[in-house]
Design a protein. Sequence first.
Length: 271
Amino acid sequence: MNSSAPHLLAEDRPEFERVLDEALRTAHERPELTAVGQRLNTAQLRTMAMNASALIAAAAAAEYDHYVQVREDVRTPAARTGSVLAMGDASETAGAGVAAVVAVLTPVLAGTAAAIFLIVGYLLTMLTPEPEFARALLTAGWIFAALTAAGILVAAVGLLLTALRNGSTAFSDGRAGERSPEVEQAGAAWRQALLERGVVPFLRDALAAPGAEPAAPAPRRPAGRIPDLGYSRPDYSSPGPDGGTTPGPRPSYSSPDFSSPDFGGPDHKPE
């Protein structure tokens, strides 16, 4: 049941099963398949069709070859474009690495400088008299704090754009080519040919085959208290003159005549 047509690629075998299941599901809509369920049920027909999948797929071999060719032609430019993009990405890896390092280090360094300047500046303002450069340290600290916030914002936006770009590239490289109108049209033509010239004729022939007649039901056993063990008592009879068996007379038995001895007196002798 799990055998598939060797002509079909592994990625197209599920499509073959879907066409077969659709034909079985809509069998009542086709006059030539109205006997489904009377001689053979759906499960039996599906098993037979899967076992003969190579023969069924061969009926639409021309359409399938065209479908595979069109699909490969669409995939090849996409693969070449992907390789070119991969080379471009490799050449940009160094620059992207430097930018990533800068994006990460800028908020860290600016934040550290801001914390140092602000802490030292506020400590100096507590002295009496207040040093002149205390206000300069506070100003520098707030400048570095602003740089820290800006660096964090730029890094977050860069990460978001990178994620969106990678997602859209993967989607376009993966399935966009296979959804082209040419591939869809070729696939639809193959499925239609597979259904009309392969699946439906096979199901029709399977239903019309003499061996598709249902087996006669087994006779029901008579209900009774004593089960029927499948045998009867042998008929004992004596062989006849002609070698056949004719009933003979049963032997008759009579009981022996038992009598007590005749005892008399001492003068009487038994006979």
